[in-house]
Design a protein around this ligand. Sequence first.
Ligand code: ARG
Length: 558
Amino acid sequence: MDHKKYIAHKIKAEGLSEEEICSAIALPPNPEMGDYALPCFKFAKALRKSPVVIALDIAANFSSDDVIERAEAVNGYVNFTVNKAALAREVIDEVLASGERYGSSEEGAGRTVCIDYSSVNIAKPFHIGHLSTTAIGSALYKIFNFLGYRAVGINHLGDYGTQFGKLICAYKHWGDRDEVQKGGIHAINDLYVRFNSEADEEMEREAREYFRLIESGDREANELFDWFKELTLEYVKGIYRQLNVTFDSYAGERFYTDKMGPVIDELREKGLLKESEGAQIVDLEPYGMPPCLILRSDGASLYATRDLAAAIYRKKTYDFYKCLYVVAYQQNLHFKQFFKVLELMGKEWAKDLVHVAYGMVSLEDGAMSTRKGKVVWLEDVISRCREKAYKIISEKNPALENKENVAEKVGVGAVIFGALYNSKIKDIVFSYDKVLSFEGETSVYVQYTCARANSVIEKGGVPASYVASDLLPQEAEVVKAVASFPQAVKDAAEKYEPSIVARYAVDLAQKFNKFYFDCKILTAEGDKRDFRLALTAAALTALRNALTLLGIGVPEKM
Ligand code: ARG
């Protein structure tokens, strides 16, 4: 139930609309004051009464009931207290009935959301810089599906560019078929790094020629290119499997080769294309931006040209409600520019394109660069987390069965959660010790809480029925937190911010642990025991659903 709406509906105050009241209702700073508070200050002018008087009037006219048991005026605020026992019954019943669907809805039914995420570059390492787009995009994908939308996950592969010419050139000079086949992406990366440090003028010229050969459809060049692409994809798909990440489409930049012509024609017909120093551009000066480059003077297309074609193709193919691009904020200008160009082309749906920008991830020991070959591969970060998790788990619980499996969930969870926990626009420094701390605001902490709840349920079972009455504050806090899960999921989708779900999970875990340590569960008597077991089961479901939406597994035991 939406308590704010419920309260707003019941308040009778002349001159104030229900919506106005509803949007003003806030959460009081501490739960002892009540569960909701309505500040009356901003109504004073319209009602020509002091906030204190308005609050007193509202409280006096409010008839309490089974849902809201008290309304009290304090210094210009009205504080409302929810009937916790009634709320507990409502929430626990709902959670236990819906299980893994708790928090889901059909609000997005009939709407498609395209999500462009991860979008790795072929033949380049999948490094820690790709972690955020992969983790955030994948969580949004799961969240939108959970809310009834049809999410389409798109990996807009970077499979177009002069680096492929360089790679073929390097392979021709130094490569060995078997070695590359066996070494996969690492061998490819070595060749690329070597090219960048050793290539002379002549090799640079050859590389340009190879690139031209790929473009003109030369068989040998394209076979090599396809092979490099295949090796890269094999590798990244292995990482996606580990991270529980899926895609519906791998249409990369090259896919749009034959789809750019019509876009360029349309730009020209609409009088948007201008020549500038031999290149074709769209002038964006009136909008305070540098021009959007469409064709270089040698006729080659650009990143933006391919993105224009991709957006038009996606609209035609998926008829999206929104199309999200989960890409680092370094590309802010690029997205602003090509969104603007689409708007100028008269595509009214350009307003539905969203750049979901996020900050940089670096490791404690500094940044990386592909060209110098100093790069932190994501696979190494994952393995290291898995190994560390294994060590920690073995120390904590030497008798635990399936340690490998638990370490996998804990290690992978730590990597994902590390990338998701902060609001996405912040730059983050990834620290192994921090993401694997049992005490911090981490996935391990949440997973451990789940294992704790699970063990309580294993011993006590979920009661067929229970009675909720006279809740202790610790119990009431858990009830309220469980009840707020659906809203957290909705907020995360609305703000494109999976960190809301991550923070929700930590908050609920903290409240559950307080309840667990302060209140006896298994040794409580009669009705209290049943109620606490039911509440434990409900909290476990909400925690598990939250982690699942983030792509994080939940071990039964830890
Ligand atoms: N491959 C690009 C990069 O690594 C990201 C592509 C993002 N998607 C897009 N439609 N531009 O920078």
